[in-house]
Design a protein around this ligand. Structure first.
Ligand SMILES: [Zn+2]
Length: 269
């Protein structure tokens, strides 16, 4: 059966271990974590090792690691040494995490749209990351984010069994302004991960599924035709970030929504 996962940073201000333990206690099978720190800073290898170890020590499973979605990724599209160095940072982070047992990663192709045009140079760098994933025996999902041009360039041109599509339902609506599930028509056969969340159509709100305007009937129909993946909620609680009671209630509701999506997908297989 598909497992149910929620992002570790779901909008409660408690410390990392408390947040992931609450998610586990609420009934989620796993969490995912991001390789960035507060203040939009890149995580160091030490930060990530510590986060992986703490999850293990507390019996919380990691579904995947989210590579840092910060402006540094844009260097991959630029001429100059920084693009090679940042590519090496990502490869190092993947290999380090892989040694600690992590098998899946997701990556944005760029940060916002402040990025140079697609080029062979950038593709060679993404191909180096893909080759490293193959060598380390792990899976990388390329996520749809802000620039459809860059996302499709990478997805269409990367040649690797280790790389697939990470479908983000909220980004499809708010950032691509595309019909719900239409990306699954194009890249569904390459699906390796999902980020499921809702919004009102304008902003990337990361609401719980069924709290916004997304057509979940259509999305689950298309997901049912794709390779099986776990149900991952990339959601963020609104309201008081310090309230423990509110957080527990939120996690209970989030789990119900994840189960509902799983049932809808399974019913359409
Ligand atoms: Zn996402």
């Amino acid at each position: 059966m598909r497992e149910l996962c929620i992002r570790a940073n779901y909008g409660y201000s408690g410390r990392y271990v408390e947040r992931i333990t609450l998610a586990k206690d609420a009934g989620f099978d796993s969490v995912f974590i991001s390789m960035r720190r507060a203040g939009k800073r890149l995580a160091t290898f030490d930060n990530i090792c510590q986060a992986i170890d703490l999850a293990k020590e507390n019996g919380v499973k990691l579904e995947f690691l989210h590579m840092p979605n910060l402006k540094e990724i844009n260097s991959i599209w630029q001429v100059g040494d920084m693009g090679d160095i940042y590519t090496d940072y990502l490869i190092g982070m993947i290999s380090h995490s892989r040694l600690l047992g992590v098998k899946k990663f997701c990556l944005h192709t760029c940060y916002k749209r402040e990025v140079d045009a697609p080029s062979e140079l950038a593709l060679r760098r993404f191909q180096r990351i893909a080759n490293a994933c193959e060598r380390f025996g792990c899976v990388l999902g390329i996520e749809n984010t802000e620039s459809r041009l860059h996302d499709e360039f990478v997805l269409d041109n990367l040649d690797s069994k280790a790389v697939g599509f990470c479908y983000d339902s909220g980004h499809e609506m708010a950032l691509y302004h595309a019909k719900c599930g239409s990306l699954l028509d194009k890249y569904g056969d390459k699906l390796v991960l999902v980020h499921l969340h809702d919004n009102m159509g304008e902003h990337d709100d990361h609401l719980l599924p069924f709290d916004g305007v997304l057509d979940w009937d259509k999305i689950t129909t298309k997901l049912a035709k794709c390779p099986d993946v776990n149900v991952v909620l990339e959601v963020k609680k609104q309201g008081d970030p310090d309230s423990l009671d509110e957080t527990k209630q939120y996690l209970a509701t989030a789990l119900d929504r994840a189960k509902k999506l799983r049932s809808m997908i399974e019913a359409k297989k």
